[in-house]
Write a new protein. Sequence first.
Length: 316
Amino acid sequence: MDLLDLIRNQIKALPDGDHLPGLQAVLHHIEVAYKHYAQGQLGNEDSFTDTIYRTNMAFEGAIKETYRVLTGTNPSNLRPYDVEQYLEKNDVFRDRILGQFSSYRTDWRNPSSHDYNLNLDEPEAFLAIISVSAIVKLLVDEIAERLSFVAVQKDVGIQAKSVAIDSDPTEPLVMRVAGALASFPKFYKESPSAVPIESEAQLLGALSGFLASALPNVRITTGRPIKGHKVRYVDILAESNDSRVIIEIKRGDSPSLMDRGVEQLTWCLDAAHGKHGILFLYSPRSIDYGVTALEPRTGIDIYVVRPNLRRPGQDI
């Protein structure tokens, strides 16, 4: 896996906006860091130390652009510390990701900012590049998710009459959510602000934005932790009054992917003592989706929303 190409492609897939110049600068700093590292390998050992100054600039630029997108506020006058505190206190990261974020700050950025005698060797320069590349990749995921969320909500507002999904609020929550999910692909294809969904983050943002608008009385959250014998994060959680629905998202429609999705969803439902779950199998090639009920399992109901298989008697 080429992290640099991955970041390039992620940034390229984002819609236009004030965030793009900053993210292009972040990408440039990482590219130059790689070049310094290569020079160090050729014998110019000072280049290993130069590597980290570029990774630091990439780190600070990435967190500022993330702050810009998440808050809608220009971060140019903020200290990096202020931005970091916002990202930490507002639970932008999952625990493991937050650990990597904090480690880079304490192990690399802070020492190199204050120690003018700093002298890095090749393994340290390598770790700095890998660490900041991974962090930037994760931050661009956050940016992509938020931009997709906002774009879909804008389109729902424009097409409010045609997005009358929640027509019967007395229907069970799981069915209301499943119906909304089934209508999402057609809506997204016809949305003026939509960009091609090329990552899980974009799909998650677009779906959560759509559900939050189509089901205005339902609380929609993403990335909620469920603790069992290990911690797993729920893709989307829909809650209304005393009802809640756990949604697992997969990109693709293969039988193996469906089996894995059902297994993961079942684990989350068991750990959360939940009763209702939906597996959403998304394919950009189809806008015709159906809802299928699986056989009840130990007191839980699972529905699958997927490109319509046209099996009479199975669709709801």
